[in-house]
Design a protein around this ligand. Structure first.
Ligand code: HPA
Length: 279
């Protein structure tokens, strides 16, 4: 894995000389964040050796190098999901590449269904912790000691310190930010109402089909993570209506401006944080 990453890093560096400090994985509907930053270069995943091309609608599949204010960032515009049939090792390949390219902190965003009945579609939720309900783990198989330890600690994946920073940034912008536990299922089917009731008992506030593999891979590598979910719909059985991918897309469009503003300010702040941490 390390050698495969080294080859991808060498290829990307032969195309772009840019030292990112912070990484960002842009979830459904947030891909437009790239329009709000100064893009320096973009590389389609299909041109990166070892990477899978992204196939889902709303995920265009490019590595984007940019400046968010004064912060040099590398962003994944589009991600690969477990439900597409990929192995989790493949799902976390480009996320790991962001770290190898220099990102010591990565923001991960996603669309999620709200389980907590205080939530409303359109809310943003800072991820405090996660429940891996995928039935799989990206670190399964031989451990690559060059990446991290065999049995990595997962007690502070969504850095408490950086969550405080995210809350400060949101407050300074007047953007409401919930905080809760994200549970990942493999998808692609949405959950049943009985599953959602069970997940609530387990302690989940939101449910989605991404983020957890990436966050585990980062924790393994010692990379700090800030996760933010856009609650695009209430989870199955909470409201008297069926779930629809269109609703997910409509909600991300509705909150896009606020979410983008929050992410921009956060990336700027995390750049300063990463600079201090590196010194
Ligand atoms: N369930 C799972 N994934 C999701 C949902 C949901 O309700 N909404 C957006 N992504």
């Amino acid at each position: 894995m390390s050698e495969k990453l080294d080859r991808a890093v060498a290829h990307v560096r032969s195309l772009v000389s840019f030292e990112p400090r912070v990484g960002a994985i842009l979830g459904s509907g947030l891909g437009n964040l790239v329009d709000a930053v100064d893009v320096v270069a973009a590389i389609p995943y299909s041109e990166i050796p070892g990477a899978l091309a992204s196939s889902v609608i709303g995920h265009s599949g490019r590595l984007v190098f940019a400046r968010a204010g004064s912060t040099p960032v590398v962003m994944m515009q589009g991600r690969n999901h477990f439900y597409e049939g990929h192995s989790l090792e493949d799902v976390v390949f480009i996320p790991r590449l962001l770290a190898r390219l220099g990102a010591g902190v990565v923001t991960i965003t996603n669309a999620a269904g709200g389980i907590n009945s205080d939530y409303r579609a359109g809310d943003l939720m800072l991820i405090s912790d996660h429940i891996n309900y995928l039935g799989a783990n990206p670190l399964r198989g031989a451990n690559d000691d060059a990446l991290g330890p065999r049995f990595p600690d997962m007690s502070d994946i969504y850095s408490k310190e950086l969550r405080a920073v995210a809350k400060e940034v949101a407050a300074s912008l007047g953007v409401g930010l919930r905080e809760g536990v994200y549970l990942a299922t493999s998808g692609p089917s949405y959950e049943t109402p009985a599953e959602i009731r069970a997940f609530r008992v387990m302690g989940a506030d939101a449910v989605g089909m991404s983020t957890v593999p990436e966050a585990i891979a980062y924790s393994h590598m010692g990379v700090k993570v800030v996760g933010i979910s856009c609650i695009t719909n209430m989870a199955a059985g909470i409201l008297p209506q069926k779930l629809d991918h269109l609703e997910v897309l409509e909600t991300t469009t509705r909150v896009q401006k606020e979410f983008t503003a929050l992410m921009l300010a956060l990336l700027e702040r995390l750049g300063k944080h990463a600079a201090v941490a590196a010194n």
